[in-house]
Design a protein around this ligand. Sequence first.
Ligand SMILES: [Zn+2]
Length: 206
Amino acid sequence: MIDLSSKLYRVLFPSVTFSGAGNAVHLTFDDGPHPTATSIVLNILKQFNLKSTFFLLGRQVEQFPELARLIAADGHTIGNHSFSHGNLVFRREGFVRREVTTTNELIFQTCGVKPKLFRPPFGFFDLRTLNIVESLEMRLVHWSNDSRDFESRTTEENIVNLIRRIDKGSIVLLHDNDSTAGKIGTILPTMIRGLQNRGLNFSSLD
Ligand SMILES: [Zn+2]
């Protein structure tokens, strides 16, 4: 499937990151920390000895601070995914700013890390959101490949097709949330092995 909105966004918003400059593939996990899915993901990443990026929700960090600390302790990059996962488009400036800054503060208090990356909920953003994020000296990060791991119908075949489309510099969207908790344990190793078989390696976003 061609993501037309993403192509249009690339032209309209050149300062937004849609893919990495280097040779590595960047796996990214949104919506955590999650009471079951996050530990599953962390164990798999440890098993394969690779680093990735987690875009955390403030409300989840508040609920599961130990898991947030675990992500940081394992050496993964921590980004900000807003506090409440509300759509930020056409919202008041104060709301958007609070969603970003409250989560930055929570992450800093919990993990001792100042997030430099922001991924808007659903990937939706407008110029206002971008300006706020950049005024906080953060980078807005989108993705190049959506794994659609949250969809109930995601099959082995979907993953194989996805692996084919991923390349050097790709930023892959995955989730550690309620929708993926039951299957991320099988999807993720399949994906990592498939990409490794293609000679690709991995790194976190910096
Ligand atoms: Zn999300």
